[in-house]
Ligand binder design. Structure first.
Ligand code: NDP
Length: 606
C-alpha cells in the first residue's frame, strides 16, 4: 500500500515520492481545461448587480476640475500608506480616488462572516506604530482591519480630498503641461503632477461560467458583496440567523470560503459546500493579544523590526528568532532546514530543489493527516485532501473549517475537479444530481489573469501616446516594480518586480510608499517637474530580474488556479512576473540604500 492510500503517522514517514508525483499529476490533469481564464464570467450586463455596493450609499457631488500635486488610484493599503508618507513628507494635497464608498480596498469589500487576515496582524496591518493601534488578535478580523484603514485616512487627513465611489476611466500624460489628466466615471477631469497606482491584484470579482447560471430564481451574491440583509448577522460575528430555514450552496473552496463555511455551518438549515479542488488547510492558532505583552514589545521602531524579522524568517534569511511564529514561517523553516541538512559539497541547485520538494511532501502529508484527525466521515475526509504542492494554491489556515464537515447540516459536494455541472431555476446539479437550494453564494474569486487594463478600468497613456499595455506587450517592464519608462511622474505600488513578498503584501506596499514619498519630496524641493526612469535603467532592471531563478515550482507541475494562469502558458511575459533575484530581504536592504543615497540612480529629475 502506498502512502497515498494510508499516510503513516507523523514521525514514521516513508514517502513514496514517485506515487505522490503521479497522484499530483493525475489530479492536475483532471482539472486542466482549454478555456483557462475564459471559463469565468466577467461581471457586467445582466450580471452587473453582483457588483453593487451593499455597504455605503453613493453621495452626489460636483465633478472635480482642479489640480492636485499627487493623485492616487486606489484607496486600499497601497494608497493609504503612500498617502500617509507623502503627507509626512509635506505634500498637502494628496487625492485618493477609490471605487468603494470608503477607504479599505479589499477590506472595504470583503465583509463576509469570518473574514480575517491570514498573515499575523503585527506585520500585516500597516502603520500600527504610527497610529498607536494594538491589534486585538494574532489574526485580526476584517472590521478591525477596515477600522485601521479609516484610522490612517483620518490621522493623515486623506479623507479631505478623497473621491469615493469613483472609477478612473482615462489617465493621460499631457506633455505640454507636464501633468497627468485624470478622467472618471463621475465626470471629473482634473490634473495631477504625480500619479500613483495601487489598484490591487484581487478586486474584480468573477463568476464561474456554469451553464444555466442566469436562470437561477433564488437568491445569490458574491462573497465580496455579502448580503447581510438576506443572511442576518453582521461582520462582527453575529449569527446569520435568517439562514436557519434556508438551503444554501457555497460554490468554491478557496481562502474566502474556508473562512466563511464555519459561520454558515452554525446557522444554515442545510449547507452544501461545493468543491472543485480542496484547499490545504493548516493550523490557525489564533489568540488574543495581551496588552501588557504588547506594551513590553512596542518600543520605538517595533513594527519595522517585526516586519524585517517576518520577512527574514519567511523569505529565506537565517534569523535567530521567529517573532511571528505561524504557518508561513514554519513552512520556510522546514524548507531551510532540509536544505541545510545537505552536505556542503552537495549544495547544488538540483539538490536544493529536491530538498524543497521533500519538505513540501512532508508538509502536505501532515495537512492531509490533519483532515483524517478532524473529519469523522472517512469518505468526506478523503475528498477534502489536497493533492498538489503547497504553494500551487494559496495555503489556508483555519481551526474550524474542517470541523464544520462534522455538522449534520453540512454536506460536501465534491465535483472531482469538474465543477458544478449546471445551475437550474431552483438549484445546482453535481454529478447528475440536482440539489434544490434557496441561495447560492459565489466564493469564486477574482479576476487575475485578464488584461491589466480590463481590471484597472483604464490603460494609462504616457509620453508620445504610448499605452501601458503597449509598453508591456511582451511582459511587465519597470524599475523596482515602481517606475515605467515613458510614464513620467507615475508610480506603481505593488509587489511584482520588487520584493515580490507574497506572504505579506503590505510590506511591499509600505516600502514602495516610503520610497515614492522620498522621491517626490526630492523633486519638489529641487523644483523639478518630472521624475522618469531612463530606458537604460529599466532595461537593466528587467535584465537583472530575468537572471534570477524564476519560479521555483513550475506552473506545469501545479493544479490549475490563479497562481498559474489556470495552468495555461502565459508565454514569455510570465518570466517577468518575478521579484528581485536575491529575494525580499536583500531587496528591501537594497531599496533602503538606494533611496537613502539621495541620488536615485536610474532616474532623471527634470
Ligand atoms: P479563489 O480563486 O481562491 O477560489 C475560487 C474557488 O471557486 C476555487 O475553489 C475554485 O475551484 C472554485 N470554482 C471556480 N469555478 C468553479 C466551478 N465551476 N464549480 C465549482 N467551483 C468552482 O478565490 P477566493 O476568493 O477564495 O480567494 C482569492 C484570494 O483572495 C486568495 O487566494 C487570497 O490571496 C485572498 N484572500 C485572502 C484572505 C486573507 O488574507 N485573509 C482571505 C480570503 C481570500 P478551483 O480551485 O478548482 O479553481
Amino acid at each position: 500500500m502506498t502512502v497515498i492510500d494510508s499516510p503513516p503517522p507523523a514521525g514514521a514517514r516513508h514517502l513514496d515520492k514517485e506515487a505522490l508525483r503521479r497522484k499530483y499529476a493525475e489530479e492536475r490533469a483532471k482539472r486542466l481545461r482549454a478555456d483557462g481564464n475564459d471559463q469565468y464570467l466577467q461581471i457586467r450586463g445582466r450580471f452587473s448587480h453582483y457588483l453593487d455596493d451593499p455597504y455605503t450609499p453613493m453621495q452626489p457631488r460636483l465633478p472635480k476640475t482642479d489640480h492636485v500635486t499627487f493623485a492616487f488610484i486606489g484607496g486600499g493599503f497601497a494608497g493609504l500608506v503612500t498617502g500617509a508618507r507623502l503627507v509626512e513628507a509635506g505634500v498637502k494635497d494628496v487625492r485618493i480616488i477609490e471605487k468603494g464608498g470608503d477607504f479599505g480596498g479589499t477590506w472595504y469589500w470583503n465583509r463576509y462572516p469570518g473574514a480575517q487576515c491570514d498573515t499575523a496582524s503585527m506585520v500585516y496591518m500597516p502603520l500600527l506604530e504610527e497610529t498607536g493601534h494594538m491589534p486585538t488578535e494574532k489574526y485580526a478580523h476584517a472590521p478591525e482591519i477596515l477600522a485601521q484603514c479609516q484610522r490612517i485616512g483620518k490621522q493623515y487627513g486623506l479623507y479631505d480630498n478623497a473621491l469615493f465611489h469613483t472609477q478612473v476611466e482615462e489617465l493621460r500624460w499631457d506633455e505640454g503641461r507636464r501633468v497627468w489628466v485624470v478622467k472618471t466615471n463621475r465626470g471629473d477631469a482634473f490634473t495631477a503632477q504625480f500619479i500613483g497606482m495601487g489598484t490591487g491584484p484581487l478586486h474584480v470579482p468573477k463568476l464561474p461560467g456554469i451553464p444555466g447560471i442566469e436562470s437561477f430564481r433564488g437568491h445569490s451574491f458574491h462573497t465580496s458583496r455579502w448580503d447581510y440583509a438576506y443572511t442576518g448577522g453582521d461582520p462582527l460575528g453575529a449569527p446569520l440567523d435568517k439562514l436557519a430555514d434556508k438551503r444554501v450552496a457555497i460554490i468554491g473552496t478557496g481562502a474566502t470560503s474556508v473562512q466563511i463555511v464555519p459561520h454558515l455551518a452554525k446557522t444554515c438549515g442545510q449547507l452544501y459546500v461545493v468543491q472543485r479542488t480542496p484547499s490545504s488547510v493548516d493550523v490557525r492558532a489564533n489568540a488574543p493579544i495581551d496588552p501588557e505583552w504588547f506594551a513590553s514589545i512596542a518600543t520605538p521602531g517595533w513594527q519595522l523590526r517585526w516586519l524585517e524579522n517576518f520577512t527574514e524568517n519567511q523569505a529565506g534569511g537565517i534569523a535567530e528568532v521567529d517573532l511571528v511564529q505561524d504557518g508561513w514561517t514554519d513552512l520556510s523553516r522546514r524548507i531551510r532546514t532540509k536544505i541545510l541538512q545537505l552536505p556542503p559539497d552537495q549544495m547544488t541547485p538540483p539538490n536544493m530543489l529536491a530538498a524543497y520538494e521533500d519538505s513540501d511532501f512532508e508538509k502536505m502529508e501532515e495537512i492531509r493527516a490533519r483532515v483524517n484527525e478532524i473529519v469523522s466521515e472517512t469518505e468526506t475526509a478523503d475528498k477534502l485532501k489536497a493533492w498538489y504542492r503547497q504553494l500551487c494554491k494559496r495555503p489556508c489556515f483555519h481551526d474550524a473549517y474542517l470541523q464544520a464537515f462534522n455538522n449534520p447540516n453540512v454536506q460536501l459536494l465534491d465535483t472531482d475537479g469538474k465543477g458544478v455541472e449546471r445551475i437550474t431555476e431552483t438549484g445546482i446539479v453535481v454529478a447528475g444530481v440536482e440539489y434544490p437550494v434557496d441561495c447560492i453564494i459565489y466564493a469564486s474569486g477574482f479576476e487575475v489573469g485578464t488584461e491589466h487594463q480590463r481590471r484597472a478600468g483604464f490603460d494609462a497613456v504616457g509620453r508620445g501616446g504610448e499605452k501601458l499595455s503597449e509598453h508591456w506587450a511582451d511582459g511587465m517592464r519597470t524599475k523596482h516594480g515602481i517606475h515605467v519608462h515613458g510614464f513620467p511622474n507615475a508610480f506603481l505600488v505593488q509587489p511584482t518586480q520588487g520584493a515580490n513578498l507574497i506572504s505579506n503584501v503590505p510590506h511591499n506596499l509600505t516600502e514602495s510608499g516610503r520610497t515614492i514619498a522620498m522621491m517626490v519630496a526630492h523633486a519638489l524641493a529641487g523644483g523639478h517637474q518630472e521624475i522618469e526612469v531612463t530606458k537604460a535603467a529599466e532595461d537593466a532592471w528587467v535584465e537583472l530580474l530575468l537572471s534570477g531563478p524564476g519560479l521555483l515550482i513550475g506552473s506545469n507541475e501545479c493544479t490549475p488556479g490563479y497562481y498559474n494562469n489556470e495552468g495555461q502558458d502565459r508565454g514569455p511575459a510570465a518570466r517577468t512576473y518575478v521579484g528581485y533575484p536575491a529575494g525580499p530581504v536583500a531587496y528591501f536592504r537594497y531599496l533602503d540604500k538606494w533611496r537613502n543615497a539621495g541620488t536615485f540612480d536610474g532616474l532623471e529629475f527634470r
